[in-house]
Design a protein. Structure first.
Length: 280
């Protein structure tokens, strides 16, 4: 079994990202700037942001975080993103999940300007992704593809499934891998994944359910590529269980240490890319 190590790959990408950020700072007199809208927990901290801040500092990217406090309303969150998106010099805007209420997503994401939408969240950018085969995917999808490419794993002709609740994000994951040659089946609902024959027979399994252990690696096909996207789960538990007991699997993106650090790397690269585009 090949372990696709996101921590190691992100570290190897850092020098080149830092060089690009430094070149931008020298050329235009300011570092790339990422805005993050987050939602504070009871302690006042925004979950999952600290690793992004550390990585951005190492890369030479500045970050402006706007934290929506506990107990805030959707109206408060909309005011916050309006304030963030007009920040002078902003190169990219990222919304940190989870939302206090999933129903807030559509209203918040609709306010992300296309020129700042580094994670393909706004409805217009989602539509553009499906219409344009050259459009960039969400950063987590870019992270997964980078890990597969680094290991020189072929996707052509693989039978693929995505285990996830229906969403634009899940469908973009599916579409991005189909564009790379995998034969992607329709989404598999998390509650059906344990006994789904397509999951057990697939040679490419992407699990983005947010449900710890929803897929048992021991029941996956020999030689399969298994990509665990469940990095928001409690105690860093992945969506794929029993990986250590599934030596027959061909390659695994684990949790922790897989998709999470590479998603951060992909996010920082995307901010730099947007800044380079605007400086050209």
């Amino acid at each position: 079994m090949i372990i696709l190590d996101g921590t190691a790959l992100a570290a190897t990408r850092l020098p080149a990202l830092r060089a690009r950020a430094q070149a931008l700072a020298a050329a235009r007199g300011r570092a790339p700037l990422l805005g993050i809208l987050g939602f504070a927990d009871a302690s006042g901290k925004v979950p999952h942001v600290a690793p992004k801040l550390r990585a951005a500092e190492a890369c030479g990217i500045e970050v402006e975080v706007v934290a929506v406090p506990p107990g805030a309303t959707l109206a408060d969150a909309l005011v916050a993103i309006e304030r963030l998106r007009v920040t002078p010099g902003l190169d990219g805007l990222f919304v940190q999940f989870p939302y206090p209420d999933p129903a807030w997503g559509d209203a918040i994401e609709a306010l992300i300007p296309p020129t700042l939408d580094v994670d393909v969240m706004a409805p217009r950018e989602v539509e553009r992704f499906f219409a344009d085969s050259n459009a960039l995917p969400p950063v987590t999808v870019s992270a997964a593809l980078a890990l597969v490419d680094d290991a020189q794993l072929r996707l052509e002709e693989r039978e693929g499934v995505v285990v996830a609740e229906p969403s634009p994000f899940a469908e973009m994951f599916r579409e991005a891998f189909a564009r790379r040659g995998a034969r992607m089946h329709p989404l598999v609902a998390p509650q059906a994944a344990a006994d789904d024959a397509r999951v057990q027979a697939a040679s490419l399994v992407i699990v983005a359910a947010g449900v710890p252990g929803v897929v048992d690696a021991r029941r996956l096909a020999a030689g399969a590529i298994a990509i665990d996207v469940g990095y928001f789960n409690p105690a860093a538990r992945g969506d794929i269980a029993n990986v250590d007991a599934a030596r027959h699997v061909g390659a695994v993106v684990p949790v922790p240490g897989g998709i999470g650090p590479m998603t951060i790397s992909a996010l920082l690269e995307r901010v730099i890319r947007f800044a380079e585009r605007d400086s050209a």
